[in-house]
Design a binder for this molecule. Structure first.
Ligand code: ADP
Length: 262
C-alpha cells in the first residue's frame, strides 16, 4: 500500500509539473505561430523558400501544441462523473470505432459475460481505458494478430495479493484486453505506468496512456494486473469493484463524442 501511495504521489507531482511547464510552452508556441502568420501575411511576394520554411515552422509548432494539450489534460484533475454503468454497453458502443483503428489483419475478439454486474465509474474514462489498451495492443502486434477483449464477474472470497497488487474480498468486474504481440521484458513492465515512459518511436507515443489508465482505475478503487511475456503477448486485467447501484444507469446516446487518439 505504501508503494502504491508513493507511486500515485509521484505521478501527481510529475503531472502537476508537466502541466505547469506545458502551459508556459503553450503560450510561447502561440507567439511562434502568430509571428509565422505575420510573415506569411506580410506581403504578396515573399520568396517561396521563406514561405515554405515558415509554413514548416507553423506545422511543427502545431504538432508540439497537440502534444502539450495531451500533457496538460493529463496534469489536470478532471471533474468526475461517476455513475453506475455496465462496461459491456460501453464496449459495444465504441466497438465500431475500435475496429476502425485496427489494420485489416488484426482481429478483435469479444467475449462479454451476459450477466455482468455494474461498476461505479465515469463512462468517458472507461472509454479512454479501453481505447488506450486497444491502441497499445495494436502497436504491440504490428500487422497480424488477435486482440481479445473480455469481461467477467469475479468474486474474491478473502483479501489477496495478486502480484504486487492487493485486492479486498468482494465482487469485481474484470475487464481484460489481451494481445499476441511483442510482449514486454521485466524491466519494461516495471516502468509502464510511469508518466512519459514509452518505447514507441518518436511521434507515436506520449507515454501517458497507461499512466492515465492507472489514475482512472485508482479513482474507481480498482486494480490492474499485467501479464506479459516477451515474444508471446500481453494481457491487462482490470478489476473494478462491482456496485449494487442500478440507479442512474448509463445513457448511451450521451457518450458518443469520443476523442480519437487525441
Ligand atoms: P505509449 O503508448 O504512448 O508508449 P503507454 O503509457 O500507453 O504509452 O505505454 C507505455 C509503454 O508500455 C509502451 O511504450 C510499451 O513499451 C509498453 N506497452 C503498453 N502496452 C503494451 C502491450 N500491450 N504490449 C507490449 N508493450 C506494451
Amino acid at each position: 500500500l505504501k508503494e502504491k501511495i508513493q507511486r500515485s504521489q509521484k505521478m501527481e507531482l510529475i503531472g502537476q509539473l508537466a502541466g505547469g511547464i506545458s502551459h508556459d510552452i503553450n503560450n510561447m508556441l502561440t507567439i511562434v505561430n502568430l509571428n509565422c502568420d505575420i510573415i506569411l501575411n506580410s506581403s504578396q511576394n515573399i520568396s517561396p523558400v521563406v514561405k515554405k520554411q515558415t509554413e514548416q515552422i507553423k506545422k511543427t509548432s502545431k504538432h508540439a501544441a497537440k502534444l502539450l494539450h495531451q500533457i496538460l489534460s493529463f496534469g489536470k484533475k478532471q471533474r468526475l462523473n461517476l455513475i453506475s454503468l455496465n462496461i459491456n454497453l460501453i464496449i459495444e458502443d465504441i466497438e465500431k470505432m475500435l475496429i476502425r483503428l485496427l489494420p485489416e489483419n488484426i482481429e478483435l475478439k469479444k467475449e462479454l459475460s451476459n450477466e455482468i454486474e455494474n461498476v461505479l465509474a465515469d463512462p468517458t474514462h472507461i472509454e479512454q481505458v479501453i481505447l488506450n489498451l486497444i491502441i497499445n495492443a495494436r502497436d504491440a502486434i504490428g500487422e497480424t494478430g488477435i486482440i481479445k477483449i473480455e469481461t467477467s464477474n469475479k468474486e474474491i472470497h478473502e483479501d489477496i495479493s495478486l502480484g504486487s497488487h492487493f485486492l479486498k474480498a468482494g465482487h469485481y468486474v474484470v475487464l481484460s484486453v489481451g494481445d499476441n504481440g511483442v510482449g514486454m521484458d521485466p524491466n519494461t513492465q516495471a516502468r509502464i505506468f510511469e508518466p512519459f515512459f514509452s518505447t514507441k518511436e518518436e511521434g507515436k507515443g506520449t507515454g501517458l496512456g497507461l499512466a492515465t489508465i492507472y489514475s482512472i482505475v485508482e479513482q474507481s478503487k480498482g486494480t490492474i494486473v499485467v501479464n506479459s511475456e516477451l515474444g508471446k503477448g500481453t494481457t491487462f486485467q482490470i478489476y473494478f469493484p462491482a456496485t449494487d447501484l442500478k440507479l442512474n444507469s448509463l445513457k448511451l446516446e450521451e457518450q458518443n463524442n469520443i476523442n480519437l487518439e487525441g
